[in-house]
Design a protein around this ligand. Structure first.
Ligand code: PGA
Length: 252
């Protein structure tokens, strides 16, 4: 299991034709993606099933969801079932993005259920954490992020936790063009890994992919990815262009 991951979070962007074109361009650029990097794209939910068909013979690129419910089936109008995602071949699922925590009141207990629900179907959660600007400025950001991780993840069994990807996404850096410095990001990534090592063990801490998100782009990815505990990126805006997404994947 490689720890190098570059995941594109397309959010609620692109109409269907635009999304299909981006997918087509990515597939045409296959040779430019390094083979030792796990490449993931997380398009909007309505596109997943058609994308799964197109990607059937493209095992170098994995599909991820942006959201899921924590129950497999039933009377939950409008929700996205983890079982259904699995049946489409989805391999990763973003959970706990700050945009969902803020806009849809997702709290730590809901997030831990969502993580569990994905793991039940062998879909690897990309669990997001990160602090607001005022938390960073008030200097309790380390405790804040550690609590997010501890509250939602530390009831998982060791073999479950080992499947996780954790995305550290400082909220002040998301979509703002203001990236965390490599030192700022590494500080938190190191802390996350150390905390997992002390709660579980070193082996598991080394299996978990810890990726950075927040205005990561083709210009800053190299410096970020050169840090010991930064295993790649969760990329928003820069994943919507083939050239920048390819360049980021080549930044290790
Ligand atoms: P951004 O978004 O790269 O556009 O800052 C990252 C994210 O929200 O996952």
């Amino acid at each position: 299991m490689t720890r190098k991951i570059v995941a594109g979070n397309w959010k609620m962007n692109l109409d269907y034709d635009e999304a299909k074109l981006l997918l087509k361009n990515l597939i045409a650029s296959k040779d430019q993606f390094p083979s030792d990097v796990e490449v993931v794209i997380c398009p909007s939910a309505p596109y997943i099933s058609a994308f799964a068909e197109v990607l059937r013979d493209q095992d170098w690129i994995s599909l991820g969801s942006q959201n899921n419910y924590f129950i497999d089936e039933g009377a939950f109008t409008g929700e996205i079932s983890p079982k259904q995602l699995k049946s489409l071949g989805v391999k990763f699922g973003i959970v706990g993005h700050s945009e969902r925590r803020d806009n849809f009141d997702e709290d730590y207990s809901m997030l831990s259920k969502k993580v569990k629900a994905l793991l039940k179907h062998n879909v690897r959660p990309i669990f997001c954490c990160g602090e607001q600007l005022q938390v960073r400025d008030s200097n309790v950001y380390k405790e804040f992020v550690m609590k997010q991780i501890q509250d939602s993840l530390f009831k998982l069994k060791p073999e479950e936790l080992a499947q996780l990807v954790i995305a550290y996404e400082p909220i002040w850096a998301i979509g703002t063009g203001k990236t965390a410095t490599a030192d700022q990001a590494q500080e938190i990534h190191h802390l996350i890994r150390s905390r997992i090592a002390s709660e579980y063990n070193d082996k598991i801490a080394n299996q978990v992919g810890i990726i950075y998100g927040g205005s990561c782009n083709a210009d800053n990815a190299k410096e970020l990815f050169s840090q010991k505990d930064i295993d790649g990126g969760l990329i928003g805006g820069a994943s919507l262009k083939t050239e920048s997404f390819t360049a980021i994947a080549n930044s290790f």
